[in-house]
Write a protein that binds this ligand. Structure first.
Ligand code: AMP
Length: 216
């Protein structure tokens, strides 16, 4: 199972990736998480990526593509993986295709979580993340047991800087300008599976498991 999760910010890619990787014991490669970790650790990549992330812009392709290739090179691609938040434009998709073709491990399916703008804004503005383990919560939909505290590790929950209203708008704009083109790109390759990202996460997961079983 070599899957890409595609969709606008707030579509539930991270949530589904976490559920699927737990269920199938697969590596979850989330470029947003990897970049935020690099920012926290102040690595050269993190220092370069920070200003792009803060504005809701895409981090330059070569940085992100090398990061993903590096991660993929260190896992057993035969067993599978889930890519979340990558690729984000055609150029990244082409680089990924070349890398995977060279390794004879093509993508099996691209799951497109089609999501209304209203849902995106509601989800992102209420999202809170654990500053330590990156677990996601939502003030209404998935509240933590104790307000402001992570259920899993007890660290403080924060609002991501790029989940604030002005940056949300820019992230949606960038998605519409650049990432949306990938729907057609993968549709042409006959590997696109569309699922509604407006549904609750357990319903989306059930649809994905059914797709895995039946191919439909
Ligand atoms: P995410 O957590 O996937 O919403 O990503 C957060 C931010 O990280 C994005 O708004 C971008 O600034 C950056 N980012 C994540 N993935 C990519 C990517 N594939 N290409 C460029 N920038 C990315």
């Amino acid at each position: 199972m070599r899957w890409i999760l595609l969709g606008p910010p707030g579509a539930g890619k991270g949530t589904q990736a976490a559920l699927l990787t737990k269920k199938f014991n697969l590596p979850h490669i989330a470029t947003g998480d990897l970049l935020r970790q690099a920012v926290r650790e102040q690595t050269p990549l993190g220092l370069e990526a920070k200003s792009y992330i803060d504005k809701g812009e895409l981090v330059p392709d070569n940085l992100v593509t090398n990061l993903v290739k590096d991660k993929l090179s260190n896992i057993d691609m035969e067993k599978g993986f889930i890519l979340d938040g990558f690729p984000r434009n055609i150029s990244q998709a082409e680089s990924l295709d070349i890398f995977l073709d060279n390794n004879h491990k093509p993508i099996d399916a691209v799951i497109y979580l089609a999501t209304e703008e209203q849902t995106i804004i509601q989800r992102l503005s209420g999202r809170r993340v654990c500053q330590s383990c990156e677990a996601n919560f939502h003030i209404k939909n998935v509240p933590p047991k104790k307000e402001g505290i992570c259920d899993y590790c007890g660290a403080k929950l924060i609002q991501r800087d790029d989940d604030k209203p002005q940056t949300i708008k820019n992230r949606i704009k960038i998605y519409n300008q650049k990432t949306k083109d990938l729907i057609e790109y993968y549709n042409k390759k006959n590997i696109l599976k569309q699922v509604s990202g407006d549904l609750e996460s357990d319903k989306v997961l059930a649809l994905l498991q059914n797709f895995l079983k039946t191919g439909r």
